[in-house]
Design a protein. Structure first.
Length: 434
């Protein structure tokens, strides 16, 4: 008996989620289901040829070079201790305010995110750097871990964001424009997180302590430590915005610049450089595995016509443009509780993107909205990835405590999403002027 394409597509999705529940790596699971399903419909020989051609095309694609380059930039920056310097600089400026260490953590997370591009790496780094400082000044564990978890999500908004880059590669959108589109929403996120801390301090004045007032000399010394990485970020992003170089070239410039700054400041030993290269290579290999698996799964979706059928289903519900968008965002919030952000984007965007195009939404704006929704999933109960990372670094704090500290920031994130949907120009303003 030969099954119809709809039945094969349903079995494929069931098999994919079953494999993921069995802890099979996402890229492997997608590739296996994609090749098997494609082979069943088209034939075994075309399916096997597709594996070799897709793998080679992906690894040899010049545009995909952006991923290892920016990953190397982030690895070098992490190894050279810039995260600690960013935190000290932010603390010197605002640490004396009520809840100032929380504000400093958000500011330092934004600075680190703007160079590393990884949410999980940002959360893990500041759980090590900022948490001991906040506990020393008697900040409550719930607030301290909540701020770090929320600050970690900034990694996907500020360029160079791996998640935005992968979204651009899948949807064939301009990655430079996507990076620009993330800047103003990222700044809005920082401002709203800081405002949330200020409101908590105002409503509960005895809950958050006041830190020591840094002298002018201490502030100047702290700022001197961070001028080089900030200059690197401005140069890379400014070059992208001004059209001096492509996103892939920007990745190379960023990695080279991070290496030179770290060596000139004597912050990078040969052992740390080797470790950075190994870390970037391993992470890039993992990302490429997921990308190749997603492309193979995408061919399977194409032959079953799943994207077209999902588009017809959602647009035929009579919910209107924003009703369908709300439904998609709820789906991402649910998936965010179960899956890694990158895997979620890679798995769902090939299916959802045709729906968005049919509804007439701006693809650059939609990329920012979806990445923001996916990042909310990283701190959303019951399974927030950033919460798990912080729990691993700070085992003495319970999951319940961390989720309690994250709740005010979840409310802030939902409000920010509403603002961005109501005012798309926040995301589209900078790309429209490139």
């Amino acid at each position: 008996m030969h099954l119809g394409t709809d039945a094969v597509a349903i079995i494929g999705f069931v098999a994919l989620f079953a494999l993921m529940l069995l802890r099979v790596p996402v890229g492997m699971a997608m590739g296996l289901v994609g090749v098997t399903g494609f082979g069943y419909i088209v034939g075994a020989l075309p399916a096997l040829k597709m594996v070799g051609q897709t793998s080679m095309r992906t690894v040899a694609n010049y545009n995909f070079g952006i991923i290892p380059m920016f990953l190397l930039m982030g690895a070098i920056v992490s190894a050279s201790g810039i995260s600690r310097e960013l935190f000290r600089a932010a603390n010197a400026l605002v640490g004396h305010l009520r809840g100032g260490l929380g504000v400093a953590t958000i500011g330092a997370c934004a600075g680190f995110a703007a160079i590393s591009g990884s949410s999980v790496a940002t959360a893990a780094t500041f759980a090590t750097v900022a948490y001991p400082e906040m506990r020393q000044y008697r900040y409550p564990p719930a607030f301290s871990t909540g701020v770090i978890a929320a600050g970690g999500t900034l990694g996907a908004m500020f360029p160079p964001s791996t998640v935005l880059a992968v979204y651009g590669l899948i949807t064939e959108q301009d990655i430079g424009k996507l990076f620009m589109a993330g800047i103003l929403p990222g700044c809005l996120a920082v401002a709203m997180y800081m405002a949330t801390i200020a409101i908590i301090g105002f409503v509960r004045p005895n809950y958050l302590p006041v830190g020591r007032h840094a002298t002018g000399a201490e502030r100047l010394a702290a700022l001197k430590q961070v001028w080089a990485p900030l200059l690197l970020f401005i140069f890379v992003i400014g070059g992208l915005y001004g059209g001096l170089f492509t996103p892939t070239e920007a990745g190379g410039v960023g990695a080279g610049g991070a290496f030179l700054i770290s060596v000139l400041r004597r912050k990078l030993t040969p052992a740390q450089l080797l470790q950075s290269l190994l870390h970037a290579t391993r992470t890039a290999a993992a990302v490429f595995t997921v990308l190749i698996g997603a492309l193979l799964f995408g061919y399977f979706l194409t032959v079953t016509q799943t994207p077209q059928k999902v588009t017809e289903l959602l647009t035929g519900l009579g919910l209107g443009r924003y009703g369908v968008l709300a439904l998609i965002m709820v789906m991402y919030l649910v998936l965010g509780c179960l899956m890694d952000a990158l895997a979620m984007i890679i798995l769902t965007v090939p299916i959802i993107f045709p729906v968005v195009s049919t509804l007439g939404f701006d693809p650059i704006w939609f990329g920012v909205i979806i990445v923001m929704t996916v990042e909310l999933g990283l701190i959303h109960p019951p399974v927030g990835m950033n919460v798990f990372v912080i729990k691993t670094v700070v085992p003495e704090v319970s999951f319940l405590t961390i989720f309690g500290g994250v709740l005010p920031f979840i409310v802030t994130d939902i409000l920010r999403l509403i603002i961005l949907i109501a005012f798309p120009i926040i995301a589209t303003f900078l790309p429209s002027h490139m």
